[in-house]
Design a protein around this ligand. Structure first.
Ligand code: FAD
Length: 397
């Protein structure tokens, strides 16, 4: 089937008209930056007062962007996606934890997601964030090569032990595992841990995958070096390519601390870096006749990036679904890409965030902010939902 990202009939086939109307209302509300800022304040205040707002959040913004409050309660949402050939990646979206007990609990939940992926056909990959297992301060110290005190040395050992436990389980159960990228000042420590895990578990195939944020300067060179290193180590290399989620925070920190911003000067710079990294990875993946030792996740809501990925695979002689390349979007967003790619037999996965309502609020606030009219995503989502609702009403009449 020819790929048409504007085909809303395919994009929203699994959604009832009532669900679409609710989503349209939500995206309309999120279009206002003032309303989004006000809702954030009110929600924080309501939680602080212990007001019973869980139900309201669960039936609105949580329902749009999350699968459930636990691994088990997220399975139905994953199965609905799988009916249309879309895989789910259960993403434990609890952020900003600081205690060793919380890190241990996160490690156990991440292992639960890997165990689910091993048995649930519609859950082909898994993922975790290093800040779920380690404090950002510690990751920052390691990244800036600061000396650790005795307590921090012990904490770092515990982080490594958690990462080993998780990555070993991924290898034992044969579940590819991605590690998300975070702020640049903690990323060196994350890269270091991921590199060690790749050396341990990617001997025969890609199990561990890192993430590269293409809004950072010099990522093409970084990727080429990582591929070179993997060749020297005799291992397979896997990466998820994203543009990057922390642009404002990165620029503000660089400005306030007086160092050059690590972020591309403009959107066109990030787009070029993303496209160039994609081509470098596709070269490493090779052709259908001569496959390499690499795997790629193209994680983007950008239509051109996804279209370019599809075209480049075709140019290299790959039939849809043959190459070790996944296309990835977030649950509740860009269904026009996910469902149309899947209908054209490309491997598609969606992050399915989960966690207790109160604890996933930072994730939900980020989605809401990303969807304000200023950031542009809302226009796209809303227009497509409205297009589909109009199509359905014409079909009925
Ligand atoms: C499945 C999945 C996994 C993800 N995992 C991660 C992750 O591990 N780490 C992470 O940081 N993010 C992650 N993201 C988020 C991602 O980095 C982007 O923030 C988001 O996807 C928007 O980029 P885009 O390619 O979809 O679309 P687009 O709308 O084309 O691009 C928007 C992005 O372009 C960049 N940009 C915008 N304006 C400028 C400017 N003026 N100058 C320079 N750059 C600019 C920013 O990165 C912005 O987010 C993930 C996204 C998906 C879909």
């Amino acid at each position: 089937m020819a790929l048409d990202f504007q085909n809303t009939q395919i994009a929203f086939a699994s959604k009832r008209s009532n669900d679409l109307r609710q989503s349209a209302l939500l995206f309309r509300l999120m279009a206002s930056p003032k309303l989004v800022a006000l809702s954030q304040q009110l929600t924080r205040f309501a939680f602080w007062l212990h007001l019973p707002v869980n139900g309201l959040i669960k039936s609105t913004v949580f329902k749009q962007f999350c699968g459930g409050e636990s691994v088990t309660s997220s399975i139905p949402a994953a199965r609905v996606l799988w009916q249309q050939g879309i895989g789910a990646i259960l993403d434990y979206s609890v952020e900003g934890q600081e205690s060793e007990t919380a890190f241990e609990a996160s490690a156990n939940t991440i292992m639960e997601t890997i165990q689910l992926a091993a048995v649930e056909e519609g859950v082909p990959l898994s993922v975790f964030k290093m800040t779920g297992l380690a404090s950002a301060d510690l990751l920052c110290k390691i990244s800036s090569q600061e000396a650790l005190n005795a307590k921090e040395t012990q904490q770092w050992q515990a982080v490594k032990e958690r990462v080993n436990r998780i990555t070993q389980l991924a290898e034992d159960l044969d579940v590819p595992l991605m590690v998300d990228a975070e702020e640049s000042w903690i990323q060196d420590a994350i890269d270091q841990l991921v590199h060690e895990a790749m050396k341990a578990h990617n001997q025969n195939k890609v199990i561990i995958m890192n993430t590269i944020q293409c809004y950072r300067m010099g990522r093409v060179e970084y990727l080429k070096q990582a591929l070179e290193q993997a060749t020297q180590d005799g291992i397979h290399y896997g990466v998820k390519l994203v543009r990057g989620a922390y642009m404002e925070k990165e620029r503000e920190r660089a400005k306030s601390m007086g160092y050059p911003s690590p972020i591309q000067p403009d959107k066109a710079g990030s787009d070029k870096e993303f496209n160039d990294c994609t081509q470098v990875m596709l070269d490493a993946i090779g052709t259908a006749m001569e496959p390499g030792k690499a795997a790629l996740v193209i994680a983007s809501h950008n239509e051109s990036s996804n279209a370019m990925g599809v075209q480049s695979l075709e140019d290299r002689g790959w039939k849809p679904g043959q190459a070790p390349v996944w296309f990835a979007q977030l649950y509740g967003m860009s269904d026009h890409l996910s469902f149309n790619l899947a209908a054209a037999h490309h491997p598609v996965v969606k992050y399915l965030p989960f966690g207790p309502v109160k604890k996933v609020m930072p994730y939900l606030f980020r989605r809401a902010e990303e969807n304000t009219s200023i950031k542009g995503q809302t226009g796209r989502e809303l227009r497509l939902i409205q297009q589909e609702l109009r199509r359905r009403s014409i079909d009925k009449s």
